[in-house]
Design a protein around this ligand. Structure first.
Ligand SMILES: Nc1ncnc2c1ncn2[C@@H]1O[C@H](COP(=O)(O)OP(=O)(O)OP(=O)(O)O)[C@@H](O)[C@H]1O
Ligand SMILES: [Mg+2]
Length: 284
């Protein structure tokens, strides 16, 4: 590949600065911007993002989700949207988000990939540009709450979100109770602290499995989220049981809350969401 000329580099820098300005303008119009973070993979970040979106939408709030997990986008499925449905563009070039349940807007690369098996083979700079362009060129309309589902780690995507979005309301942490997860999620907490970004709290997911006779089995251990909450001085938001219906609904592209809204797990999730919304709204 030929090395870009000085002029080309200067033009590109100018274009990036212009896009950053648009991001600032658009983000300033959205009251709450929340990143769902956990350095650890597979702990339930996407499910928590989808749950929070549903909780907010059920309270009549205007919600959008940016799925910033380019390599493993899970939000479309969890919102019941088909892979490959594509995203529309308006005549002015702005991107129209897909519409999930209760009018939740969804922007995800998963909507643009032809199949669930198609990998996205991108290095960091491409992902950084994609986040900037999606934030800048999406028509967020009257969104009040923008939730950003992040991949595992504290790298390109997390840093880009922290650096590009002015006045981020904060990061929400998710862990499972295992020691391995606890150690990794502490890195996410330390990442947010280092960048001076607020931590809204921590949710412990998959804390126990409750048998039909009421006995609880703490399969992954106990107390990880409380320990992180105490160490970093952040709110502990509660524990979510392992519920096979969560896995089943997510796998089928159904929304847990819509199908099992009257279950015990749904009421636990509602309480956690209620606590979290109070914290988020207190940051305005
Ligand atoms: N409390 C729960 N009970 C049962 N299954 C759950 C629960 N929470 C999440 N799951 C399931 O666990 C898997 C991982 O959840 P999810 O995709 O939300 O994690 P993640 O942290 O976003 O993963 P990744 O790091 O890959 O983005 C999914 O199949 C999901 O349906
Ligand atoms: Mg995920």
């Amino acid at each position: 590949m030929a090395t870009p000329s000085y002029k080309e580099t200067a033009q590109r820098m100018k274009m990036i600065q212009e896009q950053q300005k648009i991001v600032v303008q658009k983000m300033n119009r959205i009251k709450y911007k929340i990143g769902v973070l956990s350095s650890k993979g597979g702990v339930g970040k996407s499910f928590v993002t989808a749950t929070l979106a549903m909780g907010l939408a059920l309270r009549g709030k205007k919600v959008a989700i940016l799925d910033a997990d380019f390599h493993g986008p899970s939000i479309p499925k969890m919102m019941g949207l088909p892979t490959g449905m594509g995203l529309l563009a308006k005549p002015d070039g702005s991107i129209v988000p897909a519409e999930g349940p209760l009018g939740i807007k969804v922007i995800s690369v998963g909507l643009m990939l032809p199949s669930d098996e198609t990998p996205l083979i991108w290095r960091g700079p491409l992902k950084t540009s994609a986040i900037r362009e999606l934030l800048a060129f999406t028509d967020w309309e009257d969104t009040e709450f923008l939730l950003i589902d992040l991949p595992p780690g504290t790298g390109d995507e997390q840093l880009t979100i922290a650096q590009l979005i002015p006045k981020l309301t904060g990061f929400l942490l998710v862990t499972i109770p295992s020691e391995v997860s606890k150690l990794v999620v502490k890195k996410a907490a330390a990442f947010a602290k280092k960048l001076n970004e607020p931590l809204l709290g921590i949710i412990e997911n998959m804390t126990y499995f409750e048998c039909p006779d009421g006995t609880k089995h703490y399969i992954f251990g106990k107390g990880a989220a409380k320990e992180i909450a105490d160490e970093f001085g952040i709110p502990y938001l509660g524990e979510v049981p392992i519920d096979p219906r969560i896995r089943e609904t997510n796998d089928r592209g159904e929304v847990f809350f819509l199908k099992y809204g009257d279950s015990k797990t749904a009421s636990i999730l509602s309480e956690i969401t209620e606590r979290l919304i109070k914290i988020i709204e207190s940051k305005s």
